[in-house]
Design a protein around this ligand. Structure first.
Ligand code: TYD
Ligand code: MG
Length: 466
């Protein structure tokens, strides 16, 4: 018999290599390739004879559609991110950095569901029963009927949850601790994690129970990250946040049963996660209205408007190559705004360091933030504080034109609700809200914006002439 071949699998992205290498060609990560035995776990090994197939009934596209039956948790931020609750028979992956609060979130969700009469099983592979109980006490969840087990073996977990009444929801914390007898690799490797997750998904599909899988985002590549199972599950949510800040964001990146642009916002307190129904108030909480370099961006997260402060610091550099440091935004997008400011507005930043920060550790991915970023940069360079009651949004093109963005009405309504009475927005914006008292200034191009900001004082011109 031919010698069983081992494979070299990247623990970050799952790319299979024929030989070991320092760097994975699939994802560019270093030291993530581990030798694994692919036999047993996935598919059948060469020694086994495949069973004879059984034909399945083919059907048409038209016909009855059943609305995906959901189990809402009653935690509105979590339900918003999942698209209205956990779908029965589906597998959901919740990823995030270690210590961000995944176990806390899921214990709270388990308690809420249990109080609504659902049968919930919490399988902890990382913590002992006593530790989980301690957390449950802290979260005032100890009085609920959540069933707890500390187990990591896939076969034992399946035997446990198959016994008795079928659970409505099973939480596996975490997939990296799962190990199966059928796979020969070490626990935490891609083969083990995939084998375990596959078995859990199969259980969910067969029984109609919801499977919630926790996956740690790993940086060192020693254990497989959640990315290697993303394609197998029905929904992928990431729990993010900044260690230095209390709030956490649950972001949907894949959802076969709902929208993918929704976020749920939470705040970590000493009694667990608290839901934040109005994130704008949280992100604008620590505003210093009189300092130059701060502009409020009226953004959107899915269907919900979010106002957040953009902070810029532009200072003469003492280095040969000026520094560009960005937190919470795309650095190549910043480079683009700087280039447009330089080429079309005569704003020279070549001998200045530029620091850009989104307040509260929040992350913006919308191009609509361009105008707020440009305003903050110009304001800092000129040393002129922007009006405290003004919001900014609009996408900037390479030609310097300001392009309209979607959901203008909602952005302006949120701004007005929070006491902002003026806005700088793209010209030709549709759906301006009617009957409002706000003063909306339409901006055609970036030079127009720069002139208006500079027009509110005269120090800017001096800077430009230098
Ligand atoms: P945890 O849910 O264990 O994180 P994960 O499962 O993602 O690794 O949460 C870890 C952090 O949350 C820990 O540093 C303590 C903090 N925490 C609170 O601040 N308040 C609480 O009520 C709880 C339970 C945890
Ligand atoms: Mg945990």
């Amino acid at each position: 018999m031919a010698k069983a071949k081992t494979q070299f699998i990247c623990q970050n992205c799952g790319t299979v290599h024929t030989r070991w290498a320092g760097k994975c060609e699939g994802c560019g990560e270093w030291n993530t390739i581990v030798e694994e035995d692919p036999m047993g776990g996935i598919g059948s090994g060469p020694g086994k004879t495949p069973k004879k197939g059984r034909p399945v009934t083919l059907t048409s596209l038209s016909g009855e559609i059943e609305e995906a039956p959901r189990i809402p948790t009653g935690m509105s931020e979590l339900d918003r991110a999942t698209g209205g609750g956990f779908v029965r028979g589906s597998a959901v992956l919740i990823g995030g950095d270690p210590g961000i609060g995944k176990s806390t979130l899921l214990m709270q969700a388990a308690a809420a569901l249990s109080r609504r009469g659902h049968r919930i099983v919490y399988v902890s592979g990382e913590e002992a029963v006593a530790q989980v109980r301690l957390r449950a006490q802290r979260l005032a969840a100890a009085d609920t009927d959540v069933l707890l087990a500390a187990e990591t073996n896939v076969e034992d977990i399946l035997a446990t949850i198959s016994e008795g009444k079928r659970p409505d929801l099973i939480i596996i914390d975490s997939i990296q601790t799962l190990w199966s007898d059928t796979a020969d690799s070490a626990p935490g490797t891609v083969t083990q994690v995939r084998t375990g997750v596959q078995a859990m998904i199969r259980f969910a599909k067969q029984t109609g129970a919801t499977m919630v899988l926790v996956g740690h985002v790993t940086k060192d590549g020693q254990i497989a990250g959640p990315r290697v199972v993303e394609h197998m599950v029905d929904a992928v949510l990431y729990f993010e946040g900044d260690r230095g800040h209390h709030y956490r964001i649950l972001r949907t990146v894949k959802n076969r049963f709902g929208p993918t642009d929704e976020i749920g916002v939470f705040e970590m307190s000493d009694k667990g996660l608290r839901e934040v129904s109005n994130p704008s108030e949280l992100f604008l909480g620590e505003r210093n209205e009189k300092s130059p370099g701060a502009a409020v961006f009226a953004g959107m997260e899915g269907t919900r408007p979010v106002l957040v402060e953009v902070q810029a610091l532009v200072a003469p550099t003492s280095l040969g190559t000026p520094r560009r440091a960005v937190v919470g935004w795309d650095s190549s997008r910043l480079a683009m705004i700087l280039a447009v400011l330089e080429a079309h507005c005569g704003v020279k930043l070549g001998s200045h360091d530029v620091y850009l920060n989104i307040a509260g550790g929040y992350r913006i991915s919308e191009p609509a933030a361009d105008m707020a970023i440009a305003s903050a940069l110009v304001s800092s360079l000129a040393g002129l504080a922007l009006p405290a009651d003004c919001v900014y949004f609009g996408e900037v093109s390479l030609s310097g034109a300001v392009r309209p963005v979607s959901q203008t009405g909602q952005r302006l309504k949120e701004a007005e609700k929070l006491g902002f009475s003026t806005a700088f927005l793209p010209s030709a914006s549709a759906e301006l809200p009617k009957g409002t008292k706000g003063r909306w200034t339409e901006i055609e191009s970036l030079p127009d914006l720069v002139a208006r900001i500079a027009g509110s004082g005269n120090r800017f011109r001096q800077v430009e002439e230098d």
